[in-house]
Design a protein around this ligand. Structure first.
Ligand code: HEM
Length: 453
């Protein structure tokens, strides 16, 4: 779809407005109380391009593959992610990722690519498998636990191992957990407006970021001195060069690692939990997935990388859990110029939103959209192949770089868990916790487990 940035000269109408806003506040209260409810209403009552006002800012929600394409393909000079995600600057660090012009940001992000290529996935596959085995060694024959907490801890270990390296994972676990926790607790909604307010959460965040910088520098220095070369993200970044031939500073390396960790840890953790929950809610699907896993194990008890690739149905279950429960439920861009979309003027200064959660509920795009149905990815349906329909990983120029890593990780965990144990949901029905920036199941989320006979 073509974007016309000269729209301002054409006197186009503004997008239709959602009714029910208050005189000065607009839809601010609805947005704070029930963001996804507001967006669902905007999409169903107004249509693919819906306008509302939040904290004095015009927002436009774009819903449906056609307008998603306009959003995801827009150049950064027109629809810009940095403005919307600037609360992350103190976490990643000055001059890292979103704190750059578009070109420099893309140059930095692309340095992660060699760490995400096929060959590396083989290494990560065995690291992840080992981490799962270690975690299960304390489970015993039966018991009960919160699957979300388990998945978050496990994906913290796997991600830090694959990204930051063996040194971190083996030597610095406790301190790393503390520092990472303080960084995470520094991401609060007020940060959207004032990321440098002198409040305790931000002071702890800044101390944690400084300490993390020291920790990464120590490891980098040790590797340089010893000449050790490893297969992790840290190594990739140490070897990366800008176009002008210069290397990343230790500060930039730390920031990029934190960015990758933040992008991939919670998102993968909650998706692991949702995949298991949805399979337990759908015993027929669970049986199909387990048959596939058992067949793969029968051929290759080591569950090597080529075997993991054979787990198609398991992968569809992960994708379907992600479709119904996309952890990143609003994606934002700030309009830096006027532009036109579907005959409407989007004025400079507007925030544009695409919501995977609303997009994935469209029955005209996904058959019986609310149903957990992994077969929708099988031939001939392949509903995920419709352009810009399935957007759990975003799309276009800023599409998730870690999607293959995430799927590999969740598939591996799922295969190990379901091969070793039978599970049963216990406790109250599980709902979504909408209080955070990354959506997951509401805690506690108890499952009973028993070793398979
Ligand atoms: C289930 C897990 C994951 C989900 C659901 C997810 C989702 C997303 C989404 C929706 C975006 C697009 C954001 C936007 O358009 O504003 C994104 C971008 C990104 N993701 Fe992921 N992600 C996951 C895992 C990962 C992992 C494991 C990594 C790295 C190891 C990663 C690295 C990135 C990066 C670097 C970007 C920014 C790309 C850019 O701006 O060009 N993600 N992710």
């Amino acid at each position: 779809m073509q974007i016309d940035t000269r729209a301002a000269t054409r006197r186009l109408p503004l997008p239709p407005k959602l009714g029910g806003g208050l005189p000065l506040l607009g839809h601010t209260l609805d947005f704070l109380r029930d963001t996804q409810g507001l967006m669902r209403r905007a999409a169903s009552e107004v249509g693919p391009v819906a306008r509302f006002r939040v904290v004095g800012k015009d927002m436009v929600l774009l819903t449906g593959p056609k307008v998603h394409e306009a959003f995801f393909r827009a150049p950064d000079e027109v629809l810009n992610p940095s403005e919307a995600y600037k609360m992350m600057v103190p976490v990643f660090g000055k001059g890292v990722a979103y704190d750059n012009d578009g070109e420099r940001m893309m140059e930095q992000l692309h340095m992660l690519l060699p760490a995400l290529q096929d060959q590396r996935m083989r290494t990560y596959g065995s690291v992840i498998a080992q981490e799962v085995d270690d975690s299960l060694s304390t489970w015993g024959d039966s018991g009960e636990r919160c699957i979300v907490e388990y998945a978050q801890t496990l994906t913290n270990f796997t991600s830090s191992h694959c990204l930051l390296g063996r040194e971190f994972r083996k030597e610095m676990t406790e301190e790393w957990a503390r520092v990472y926790h303080d960084l995470e607790r520094g991401i609060v909604p007020i940060g959207y407006i004032h990321p440098y307010l002198p409040i305790p959460a931000f002071r702890r965040r800044d101390r944690a970021r400084a300490r993390l910088g020291e920790m990464v520098s120590e490891v980098v220095e040790r590797r340089r001195r010893s000449g050790t070369v490893r297969e992790d993200f840290l190594q990739t970044l140490m070897e990366s060069r800008y176009k002008d031939g210069s290397a990343l500073s230790d500060h930039e390396i730390t920031g990029m690692l934190v960015a990758a960790m933040f992008a991939g840890h919670h998102t993968s953790g909650v998706t692991t939990a949702w995949t298991l929950i949805e399979l337990l809610r759908h015993p027929k699907e669970l049986a199909l997935v387990r048959d596939e896993i058992d067949a793969v194990y029968a051929e290759d008890p080591e569950l090597t990388f080529p075997s993991l690739r054979k787990l198609k149905r398991t992968e569809w279950a992960v994708k379907e859990a992600l479709r119904l429960h996309p952890p990143l439920f609003i994606l934002l861009r700030a309009a830096l110029e006027d532009y036109e979309i579907e005959g409407y003027l989007i004025p400079k200064g507007t925030w544009c939103i695409v919501s995977p959660i609303v997009a994935h509920e469209l029955d005209e795009v996904f058959a019986e959209a609310k149903r957990f149905d992994p077969s929708r990815y099988d031939k001939p349906r392949q509903e995920d192949k419709k352009p810009f329909a399935y957007i759990a990983f975003g799309g276009g120029r800023h599409k998730c770089m870690g999607n293959a890593f995430a799927i590999l990780q969740i598939k591996t965990i799922m295969a190990k868990l379901l091969h070793e144990y039978d599970f049963e949901l216990s406790g109250d029905p599980i709902e979504t916790d909408f209080s955070g920036l990354v959506l997951g199941p509401k805690l506690p989320c108890r499952v009973k487990y028993r070793r398979r006979g």
